[in-house]
Design a protein around this ligand. Sequence first.
Ligand SMILES: CC(C)(COP(=O)(O)OP(=O)(O)OC[C@H]1O[C@@H](n2cnc3c(N)ncnc32)[C@H](O)[C@@H]1OP(=O)(O)O)[C@@H](O)C(=O)NCCC(=O)NCCS
Length: 160
Amino acid sequence: MTSLSVGAALKLRPATLSDVAAMEVFMAPFEATGDLLPRSNYDLCRHLKEYILAETSDGILVGTGSLKVYSAQLAEIAALAVREDQQGRGVGKAIVEALLVDARAMGLSEVFGLTRKPLFFMRLGFRVAEKEQFPLKVWADCARCPRQHACDEVAVALTL
Ligand SMILES: CC(C)(COP(=O)(O)OP(=O)(O)OC[C@H]1O[C@@H](n2cnc3c(N)ncnc32)[C@H](O)[C@@H]1OP(=O)(O)O)[C@@H](O)C(=O)NCCC(=O)NCCS
């Protein structure tokens, strides 16, 4: 994606390698609560092009999100997090909408997420779905998730 200003105070832009250290620090508390899956420095570098960042006009990181492509049709919205003191101001919505613009531009036909916050996604037009509809995700991430036998995440999906 190209950089995009959202209102006066918020900018969305692709992540760069110089952001990786700050992204690790930013995501750590969300990983600790289980809202995000842990990602290594290697994972972040390897898949950096999937990530977009939201930052204030003075360059403070306030949100992250990524679009993980699984097939010519399907991608996942992942790594979605907004700094706690900035939640409820439209940052999460702006990140998801930017990822949906990218998804449509790529020619994808469906995006999904696994989340403990299904109502947030439903506000953005997603529907509740069955996890079993997304076997590539289950193979890639659920199989190595410590909570795989006590999963409290709901699958949500949006047809583009
Ligand atoms: C979930 C999260 C990304 C939402 O981001 P946000 O910036 O706070 O959300 P927004 O302000 O853009 O909200 C957009 C809409 O969703 C609603 N919404 C936000 N969080 C919600 C929630 N937990 N439950 C229900 N609705 C919610 C808002 O009220 C708003 O509705 P509106 O358009 O009618 O005003 C953010 O709360 C977060 O980072 N949570 C912790 C990490 C996490 O759970 N990530 C999701 C992993 S899939």
